[in-house]
Design a binder for this molecule. Structure first.
Ligand code: CMP
Length: 140
């Protein structure tokens, strides 16, 4: 196994409900190190570009509106096999399908207000990290 970095977002439903510490506690108790983190208000342009792969999906407009509806916390998480490990910890995109003990089962309200985003591949993790962080902002 190699130590990897993955990109994470605590979404507006998490910041709104003051859940950032509780979710970070789940990351840390599951062996992730939070090696970069900042709370930001995404611009419409930033959110549109971040989710550009979903541009043709029917939910794209609502997704962008939602992601700019309040502050988010963008993060870099480090752990062995971090990309898959975080997807396992987050649980299914739709919390109705998420397993017990996952972040989305515990906290998410709906498929849109699903509390967290995590990279789906090592390649996308590198792209997403570089979209929000400079090298000097990541301290392992
Ligand atoms: P995320 O991992 O951030 O990537 C795309 C997001 O689109 C996804 O989480 C969901 O929160 C959101 N989304 C909203 N509606 C849907 C849908 N019908 N199917 C998949 N993703 C959706």
């Amino acid at each position: 196994m190699t130590v990897q970095r993955t990109f994470s977002i605590l979404k507006p439903d998490a910041t709104e409900r003051n859940l950032t510490g509780a979710i970070n506690a789940m990351f840390e108790s599951n062996g992730f190190r939070i090696v970069a983190q900042k709370r930001v208000q995404l611009s419409r342009h930033q959110a549109e570009q971040f989710y550009i792969v979903h541009k043709e999906r029917p939910f794209y407009g609502e997704l962008v509106d939602y992601m700019i509806s309040g502050p988010v916390v963008v993060q870099v998480l480090e752990k062995e096999n971090a990309v898959q490990a975080n997807r396992d910890l987050m649980g299914a995109t739709n919390p109705a399908n998420a397993a017990e003990g996952t972040i989305r089962k515990t906290f998410a309200e709906s498929i849109e207000r699903n509390s967290v985003h995590g990279s789906d591949s090592v390649e996308n993790a590198a792209i997403e990290i570089a979209y929000f962080f400079s090298g000097s902002e990541i301290v392992g």
